[in-house]
Design a protein around this ligand. Structure first.
Ligand code: ATP
Ligand code: FE
Length: 379
């Protein structure tokens, strides 16, 4: 069967057509880069307006690029939550209207479940030969096996999940303050960087990779002591950069070489925290007798190439005898997309586990509470 996926939980308007075998027939992502740059981040009202403007065209393009008439689509999957309420209502209403009009089933998907299940798309493992060199191959030969660890690092979340099955997740670590993606965005702004077409986080990564100094030069000013506990914290490193710049009278007064050093120190500290917490989580699972062989890293920040390389090396060093299998979905499937939304709905679709056309959105939705339809019916 074939599903149309719709996503509009944050700032990207996405539509995609995916088959139950995992063939990606189309993947349309409409970004809001100008609005991001103008408002220095996501402005909810602007984002809602842009979704309303862009969603119909995104759906049309997704169907055209898939070469399908809408009547050949078997169902519609959309992001039900979590996310910005008004933004979620755009993909949700689009899915419901299409479903009700065409008399096709709809399935409301948990956005973080979709990020977590992306690496299970089987066709990703058949297309590895398209990588330019062996060094670029970032997926192991086979998909991750349950239970696996999911490190979800994005604009709204910093999560370490024990993924037991397609619909059972346990949060091992989260953050009481800002997300890692948010910290990358803020630091890029403090350092006076303009967003690239892939956003502020990608601009910070590109800045760190520019110039001739060493990639990971550390600067003591933003070193933050890290307790040996599972919770993440990115407010500290972010604020240190902010204070450093403010104390010097603004970013214009900080020499380029110092800005570069700060950016690299922040990026290195951010990744070091991921290394430490992932290692702790693996030790924690081993103590509980839960055999975890694979670690999936996904969400927008997982498209960072420095992070991919450093984390792989660090885990190999920490667990030399039995290194975990690291799984990185391709960068364009780490950031928001509707392929993952359609894919995450496949199991429920196969089981005939559909949502009713009057199901509500869930802007706040803990992934530990996710149980598919049973809960959807109750709420
Ligand atoms: P969530 O998935 O938690 O609801 P979201 O959907 O807004 O949040 P994603 O699209 O998954 O988030 O990720 C966006 C975040 O990823 C932004 O904060 C962005 O700056 C960050 N990001 C994207 N590319 C990079 C990169 N190369 N390096 C660091 N951060 C990046
Ligand atoms: Fe996301």
């Amino acid at each position: 069967f074939t599903l149309l996926g719709l996503e509009s939980s944050a700032d990207d308007t996405c539509a995609a057509v995916v088959t139950s075998e995992g063939h990606i027939l189309s993947n349309v992502v409409v970004k809001q880069n100008e609005e991001l740059a103008e408002h220095g981040g996501i402005h909810p009202y602007v984002a809602i307006q842009k979704h309303q403007q862009n969603m119909p065209g995104a759906i049309r393009r997704a169907l055209d690029e898939a070469g399908l008439d809408v009547s050949s689509v078997d169902g519609i999957a959309y992001t039900r939550g979590p996310g910005i309420g008004g933004c979620l209502s755009v993909c949700s209403t689009a899915a419901k209207v299409l479903g009700a009009t065409l008399n096709k089933p709809i399935i409301g998907v948990h956005h973080m479940q979709a990020h977590a299940l992306t690496p299970l798309i089987p066709t990703l493992y058949q297309t590895q030969t398209t990588f330019a060199s062996a060094a670029e191959v970032e997926l192991p030969p086979i998909p991750p096996r349950f239970p696996f660890l999911s490190l979800l690092i994005s604009g709204g979340h910093t999560l370490l999940l024990l993924t037991h099955s397609h619909d059972q997740f346990k949060t091992l670590a989260t953050t009481p303050d800002i997300s890692i993606g948010c910290a990358f965005d803020h630091v890029a702004k403090y350092l006076g960087l303009a967003p690239t077409e892939r956003g502020y986080g990608a601009a910070l990564e590109a800045f760190c990779a520019s110039g001739t100094a060493r990639f990971t030069d550390a600067t003591p000013e933003i070193a933050v002591p890290m307790p040996r506990q599972l919770a993440f914290s990115y407010g500290g490193p972010r604020s240190r950069v902010e204070i450093f710049v403010r104390e010097r009278g603004g970013v214009q007064r900080v020499p380029l070489s110092t800005r570069l050093k700060l950016a690299r120190a922040f990026q290195a500290a951010a990744v070091r925290q991921l290394e430490e917490k992932t290692a702790l989580a693996l030790e924690h699972c081993a103590k509980l007798g839960v055999g975890v062989r694979d670690v999936v890293v996904s969400g927008g920040v997982a498209s960072n190439a420095y992070l991919r390389k450093t984390l792989r090396q660090s885990l190999a060093d920490t667990f030399p005898d039995d290194p975990p299998n690291l799984v990185y979905p391709p960068p364009h499937l780490c950031t928001d997309n509707a392929v993952m939304i359609a894919w995450a709905a496949m199991h429920r679709f196969a089981a005939g586990d559909f949502d009713s056309y009057d199901v509500s959105t869930r802007p706040k939705w803990r992934i530990d509470d996710y149980t598919g339809k049973a809960l959807a019916r109750l709420q």
